[in-house]
Design a protein around this ligand. Sequence first.
Ligand SMILES: [Zn+2]
Ligand SMILES: [Zn+2]
Length: 452
Amino acid sequence: MRGLAVVSICKPCSSIFTIPPSFPITQRGKTNHFSQFFDPPRVCSVSLSSTSFISVLQFKKENEKKKSNGKFGGIRRGGCSAVSSKCTVAEGRDGDFVVVNFYRFVFIEDPEKEVARHLYFLQDLDIHGRVYLNEQGINAQYSGPSRDAFAYVEWLREDYRFSDILVQVSPALNGHAFPKLKLRYKPSLVQLEGGISHLPLLDPSMRATPLAPSEWRKKLEAINNNGSSNANLNANYILLDVRNGYEWDIGHFCGAQRPNVDCFRSTSFGLSQSEVIASDPLADVDKERTNILMYCTGGIRCDVYSSILRQRGFQNLFTLKGGVSHYLENEGPVEWIGNLFVFDSRLSLPPSAYKPEATTQASKTQQASENSTFARCYICGSQLSDLRHRNCANLDCNLLFLCCKDCVKDLKGCCCLDCMFAPRLRPLLPENQRYKKWHIYRDMELQSKSTV
Ligand SMILES: [Zn+2]
Ligand SMILES: [Zn+2]
């Protein structure tokens, strides 16, 4: 092994680093500090487990062997030929940043080794985001210059298990949309109460039938446009938004009820037992006859949740394949109102980000906003044109809320009066910016005090 640098990941801070060849292998699993071996020195307060080292080392060894046999196609850089046919944004310049999302449920025999393989490939690429792997597959959201972002997809697709993986791409105009790369083994690919490792995700028959965007559109148009002429049709369909209420507040499909959910982890549609819960749209439906049309941002939450509903006896489950982002890219905002909430620093994207020629249906937006929380200021209830949340300036509240310009000014970026007098208050942020780490504001304050 002499002469080989080994790439690994710091468990506590998730940063990727290279262990220099001079570092004695026998000590690697035992030491607590690697900082003296890094240039520039880095402090990693907790050690890597010895198993992580071994898997990385093993991968490295096999990789070298395959490379010398000419069998390993692994490390190829640049180019996005395999992707660009499916991703319109991919045709941008190399320096353009994009956000990429994909997931797949597939059996991975040795996920730790797979993690090491991915880390090794990504070590020279500028990728930030969350990539999680386990025995059930992969779930990834990341940002990077398009060249690097697509190199990763292309590399992944060389593996037969991921060769036809559906990839969502959207522009990231302000560079990285994630602070750093977290690529690791995670017991649950999405957060759900009780975990998801017991769910039969690898069996497609235990999940909903995926509908292509065009099929989804046809169904929605039939339901939403038939009015009272065919009440039976409407009674047979339930359009289920499998996201959070605050996501619905800035955009949703016409006809979808606002989910009474603050966090996917606690989603419980269709699980209410004897008593009928008013907020559960599946509480009183005929499990054998009703068609449930489920949608979420990128498709993974629906896929997971459909397997729970399947186990509960729901027969006719349909999901929107690739989620809303795939739909907007293919169909534009037909039957869609508002923007799409995204879980990165951009927070919200207009449909035109996915399909540039698309325009929002202003009249539908107007209609939808009457008597509902859609596009309303959380403080004063006035109608908003800027469909984008902001975080409360009080660090210890940090509530994600919609707010009009006047209320932002009056409450100095806070969600309520109490927060305005909280001890850890951050300055009012200009539009479309996100808060940085707290220590930056704390240090700014100390500095201004010391210069007085
Ligand atoms: Zn307001
Ligand atoms: Zn607050």
